[in-house]
Design a protein around this ligand. Structure first.
Ligand SMILES: Nc1ncnc2c1ncn2[C@@H]1O[C@H](COP(=O)(O)OP(=O)(O)OP(=O)(O)O)[C@@H](O)[C@H]1O
Ligand SMILES: [Mg+2]
Length: 341
């Protein structure tokens, strides 16, 4: 599978411009621009709390961005989830949101409802038009279940699926709305390595179906293997965007993941606190070193005295003596009996 994309001629599917989301005093997403072109798989990475899910929520109308716009295929989207879905953007959630007491098939059918034209009366009367539409929806849902490999579990309750399969079912449900772009929020969270590998293949296959993909993940091997481009968010801002190789090798990305401060890092105060703790630890280690040296000196002194008293036994004592006596004796008496006496 190749991942070639000509970004110069490719049509832009998603364009987020200056998206900002504030919650009271907290700016979770700060002026983020991001494009996804047709045929692309784009990754969104960043440490916990960087604003990735909030950004997805802004893209899908779950949040109304404080500033900025989101366009799909050249049209600015109204911030209403159902309008975003019917425009052509589907998503999965970081915390799986399935209808647990519905079957696997029914869950996929729910995702299909934006594409069914039959109205309320038609559904209530269950006329021929409705039945035909229902049969078509079911056939499409079964196709999607085959695509993700869950067709044999179509009649199982969603809640009885293992975690990895629930994640796949969410993807099938998202695909049921016939999207042109799918947003995946941590699709491999909780998956084992084999499931992760299969998810990777599944996402390539989705791209090959002509659906652009924007994916959030913490699994870097997965992201760098999968994505044509990767953007990294740190504290709500886009730190860098580039090819997998460019982002992978960027020391600011590494620093962000290790929690090291970088230029313009607004969390400088906590970093100072960390430095203070580290200094205290160094000081404690120095004190311990001095104490150890004192113990050693005492041991040497005791040894010298013992040698002076019994020079003939020096050889036999060489092995067991150093640690066993002086260190163990005072400790064991004070720690076990010291207070009772
Ligand atoms: N509805 C909300 N109200 C207030 N603060 C929020 C809300 N949603 C998110 N936040 C805050 O916005 C920041 C970004 O959170 P977000 O969930 O977007 O991060 P994330 O990058 O998805 O993290 P993770 O990798 O842990 O999923 C966090 O500080 C979070 O507490
Ligand atoms: Mg998140």
């Amino acid at each position: 599978m190749t991942t070639t994309t000509d970004t110069t001629t490719a049509t832009t599917v998603l364009e987020a411009s200056g998206v900002t989301m504030r919650f009271g005093g907290l700016t979770a997403v700060k002026g983020v621009d991001l494009k996804v072109n047709a045929g692309e798989i784009v990754g969104l990475i960043g440490p916990n709390g960087a604003g990735k899910t909030t950004f997805f929520n802004c893209l899908t109308g779950l949040y109304v961005p404080t500033e900025g716009t989101v366009s799909y295929k050249g049209t600015v989207l109204p911030p209403k989830p159902h309008l975003v879905t019917s425009a052509g953007i589907a998503r999965t959630f970081q915390n799986i949101r399935l209808f647990h007491n519905m079957t696997v098939l029914e869950n996929v059918l729910v995702g299909r409802h934006t594409r069914t034209k039959e109205g309320l009366w038609s559904a209530l009367l269950r006329g021929p038009g409705f039945k035909k539409a229902e049969a078509a929806s079911e056939a499409r849902a079964m196709e999607l279940l085959e695509f993700i490999g869950l067709e044999k579990k179509a009649q199982h309750l969603a809640k009885n699926l293992p975690y990895g399969e629930q994640r796949k079912l969410e993807i099938a449900r998202a695909l049921a709305s016939d999207p042109g772009l799918i947003l995946l929020d941590e699709p491999t969270a909780g998956m084992n390595p084999q499931e992760t590998r299969a998810a990777e293949e599944l996402i390539f296959a989705i791209r090959d179906m002509g659906i652009a993909v924007l994916v959030i993940e913490h699994d870097m091997r997965f992201i760098f293997n999968l994505c044509d481009r990767v953007a990294c968010l740190v504290q709500g801002e886009k730190l860098i965007e580039g090819t997998a190789a460019e982002v992978q090798g960027d020391e600011r990305v590494v620093a962000a993941y290790l929690g090291e401060p970088f230029e313009g890092d607004p969390s400088a105060a906590p970093a100072a606190e960390v430095a203070e703790v580290e200094a205290a630890e160094v000081e404690a280690a120095e004190v311990a070193e001095v104490e150890a040296a004192e113990v050693e000196a005492a041991e040497e002194h005791a040894e010298a005295e013992a040698e002076a008293e019994a020079p003939a036994e020096a050889d036999a004592d060489a092995e067991p003596e150093p640690d066993a006596e002086p260190a163990a004796a005072p400790d064991s008496t004070t720690s076990t009996d010291g207070e009772a006496k």
